[in-house]
Structures are given as structure tokens and as C-alpha cells.
Ligand binder design. Structure first.
Ligand code: PMP
Length: 397
């Protein structure tokens, strides 16, 4: 049966983790990760989450099935975070939200639903993008195309290239957009640029599929949702895949959601019935634990305030590490202006290092990064910042 099975390519980031683990040098640093570490270099267990767990344990419940679309209170909380409680789509019941297996699961449910609607539509992703975007949409049966996004020379969005690409897409093309904290570049559109994108997409009848995996890591919970709010206000039908993996540090609990905005309440109910069909025939219904914790935190004012504070501290720590890295690169006499690192948003930075420099960082200094030059700023701390800056400066000379 299996004689013709080919070996699938290894995930490049997992390979990097293995190389890091095998490195015996004491000062080694893994900047290749896609998670937030605290100032001590540990994965945080947030206080609001711990408190919700404690309260949950105090009243043990049996482990039944959830509804196919998950916990209703959780889905409602997701809608408020993404769109705002006052959004027309929310008050007019035009948004449907289904709990999903992380942001990845949300993308997959949305992709399967869209493919059933129009298998000939193309899906456009940014150059570069989170590597799994291509895989998820191709696996759902779509042809995936690219749109220009990052301009390496200016370390900014290639807005002209992006808008020109949108103008050239056929109506019905699904455009995957990072709502904030673009992975891997850290470079986001500003509000004026988002407005241009919304206008073009409306004019061309393109389908926005926003991916928001880092809400609260950029400028704050509300400002990070600005793109979602602009699309919602435009009246376009839209998809949003959201994740609490990072913002609640609940990676392994698989807590996300897919929200779809339709033109009417009636349309939304029909869409909901089809999303439930996709879920039912894939994994039947979602897991309880993580979503119950998130829902409890978001619906309990004291815990919600605690979570917002903790998330704010994570955001501020990332920003402080950005400032620190730029300052220490200068102190180490690094060639060039690294000020762009401070302008980037979220956990990641396209550092400008090329593959050869990244290889030297690993070989000579035990500092591991993705070959594209992506580094995880959230893996930096006061204990490793100076070593990392010194090493980057050295490979850049
Ligand atoms: N989208 C983007 C852009 C991401 O970076 C990630 C996480 N790396 C995800 C989606 C998926 O997150 P989750 O772990 O919740 O599936």
C-alpha cells in the first residue's frame, strides 16, 4: 500500500528547533520560534487564564459534547472583540461565528466552505506570507496566487504593487490579508492604505479573508482590529479567521474562530448551516477547555481587565525589545540603519539578514533564525539582547 508514498518535505521551522535543541553551547538563542516568551524566556501562563482555570476546577463539570459551532457565549465574545459590540453587522445579526481549532482551523473551515461555493475562484496571499496560508488553501483545492506586499529596500508595504495586483484580480478572487502584525515581516498597512485596499476590493468585487492571529500585540485590542472594522463598514461580505493562541498564551488548547459577515440575517443563517456542515464532516465539534476559559475571562469584568493588562504588558515588552535591539545594534557598530525594526508591529521582524548571514548566526554564535531573516522579537530578553545584537552586527560586516 505504501510503497509509492513519498517523504513529505520537512517543516523548515521544526528543523530549526531540532538544530537548536542539539546545540550544546550555553548562550544559544532560538529566534525562530512563533510564540511569545516572557522576560525570563518562558512561555507565560497568564494570570487571568490561571484564575479562570481555578474557578472552573472549583465547579467540576462532566465532559459533554459542545454544539457544532462551539460555545455560544464564546462566539459572541469573539464577535465583540473583532467587530465591536455596536457594529451594524453584529446588531443586525449578519455575522456568524463558529469556534474553531485555532486560527489554522478557522482558515481551513472557511477555505472548505468557499471552495464548495466556487471552486474556480483563486486565492491570493501576500509575498511573503505565513507559510501555512498557501498549504491550507491549496489543500482545500484552490489555486493560490501571490500579491506583492513587502518592499525589502524600504522595509515597508509595497502599496502601489499591492493595489495594482488587486486591480488585476478577477471578481470573486479571495484575498487573504493579515489584519495586524503581519507574519513574517512585522510590516502593516496604515489606516489610509487599508482604506485604499477596501475601496479597490469593493470596486473589483473581491472577497476579503482577514487573518488576525495577534490582536493586541500591535497597538492594542481595538486599534489592531481597525482593518476588520473598515471592511465591516464597507458592507462587503467578509471572512475573519481569529486566534487566541498568542493573546491568551493558549497555543495547545486550539482556541480560534471563523466569523463570516453576510448581507442579511437570513443569508447569515444559511451560511451558518453550511459552516456547521463543514465542521460536522471534519471533526464533528470543537474541544471545550480553552474556549470555556477564554469565554469566562471575556465575560467576567475583573478577569477581562486583568487579561487586558497582561496583554498590554506583553505588547510593551515586545516594543521595549525592539527599541533595545535597535539601540544595541548601534552600540555594536552595526552597518546600516535598523530603525525600521522599531516601526514593525507584533512578534516578528524581517531583520534584513540574508540566508548566508542567518547560517553564520547559527554556526558561529548559536543564534537560530528563519532563513528568510525573520526573527521573533518576543524571544529576546535582557539576558540575550546584547549577545544577539553583537552577533547580528558581526555577520552584517
Ligand atoms: N495565521 C497567522 C498569520 C499565524 O501566524 C498563525 C500562527 N503562527 C496562525 C494563523 C495560526 O494560529 P493557531 O496556532 O491559532 O492555529
Amino acid at each position: 500500500l505504501f510503497h509509492s508514498v513519498a517523504l513529505a518535505p520537512r517543516d523548515p521551522i521544526l528543523g530549526l528547533n531540532e538544530a537548536f535543541a542539539a546545540d550544546t553551547r550555553p548562550g544559544k538563542v532560538n529566534l525562530g520560534v512563533g510564540v511569545y516568551y516572557d522576560a525570563e524566556g518562558r512561555l507565560p501562563l497568564m494570570r487571568a487564564v490561571r484564575e479562570a482555570e481555578r474557578e472552573r476546577l472549583a465547579t467540576p463539570t462532566a465532559h459533554g459534547y459542545l454544539p457544532i459551532d462551539g460555545i455560544a457565549a464564546y462566539d459572541a465574545a469573539v464577535q465583540q472583540l473583532l467587530f465591536g459590540a455596536e457594529a451594524a453587522a453584529v446588531t443586525e445579526r449578519r455575522v456568524v461565528t463558529v469556534q474553531s481549532l485555532g486560527g489554522t482551523g478557522a482558515l481551513k473551515v472557511g477555505a472548505d466552505f468557499l471552495h464548495a461555493l466556487d471552486p474556480s475562484a483563486k486565492v491570493a496571499i501576500s509575498t511573503p506570507s505565513w507559510a501555512n496560508h498557501r498549504g491550507i488553501f491549496e489543500n482545500a483545492g484552490f489555486e493560490v496566487i501571490d500579491y506583492p506586499y513587502y518592499d525589502a529596500a524600504s522595509h515597508a508595504v509595497d502599496i502601489d504593487g499591492l493595489l495594482a495586483a488587486l486591480d488585476g484580480f478577477a471578481p470573486g478572487t479571495i484575498v487573504v490579508l493579515h489584519a495586524c502584525c503581519h507574519n513574517p515581516t512585522g510590516v502593516d498597512l496604515d489606516t489610509a492604505q487599508w482604506r485604499q485596499v477596501v475601496e479597490r476590493m469593493q470596486a473589483r468585487e473581491l472577497v476579503p479573508f482577514l487573518d488576525i492571529a495577534y490582536q493586541g500585540f500591535g497597538d492594542g485590542i481595538e486599534p489592531d482590529a481597525a482593518a476588520i472594522r473598515l471592511f465591516e463598514a464597507s458592507g462587503l461580505p467578509m471572512f475573519v479567521a481569529s486566534s487566541f493562541s498568542k493573546s491568551f498564551s493558549l497555543y495547545g488548547e486550539r482556541v480560534g474562530a471563523l466569523s463570516v459577515v453576510a448581507a442579511s440575517d437570513d443569508e447569515a443563517r444559511r451560511v451558518q448551516s453550511q459552516l456547521k456542515r463543514v465542521v460536522r464532516t471534519n471533526y464533528s465539534n470543537p474541544p471545550t477547555y480553552g474556549a470555556a476559559l477564554v469565554s469566562h475571562v471575556l465575560h467576567t469584568p475583573a478577569l477581562r481587565a486583568m487579561w487586558e493588562d497582561e496583554l498590554g504588558a506583553m505588547r510593551e515588552r515586545i516594543r521595549a525589545m525592539r527599541r533595545g535591539l535597535v539601540a544595541r545594534l548601534a552600540a555594536h557598530g552595526a552597518t546600516g540603519d535598523f530603525g525600521f525594526i522599531e516601526r514593525q508591529r507584533g512578534m516578528f521582524s524581517y531583520s534584513g539578514l540574508d540566508a548566508a548571514q542567518v547560517a553564520r548566526l547559527a554556526e558561529e554564535f548559536g543564534i537560530y533564525a528563519v532563513s528568510s531573516g525573520r526573527i521573533c522579537v518576543a524571544a529576546l530578553n535582557e539576558g540575550n539582547l546584547d549577545t544577539v545584537a553583537g552577533a547580528i552586527a558581526a555577520v552584517g560586516r
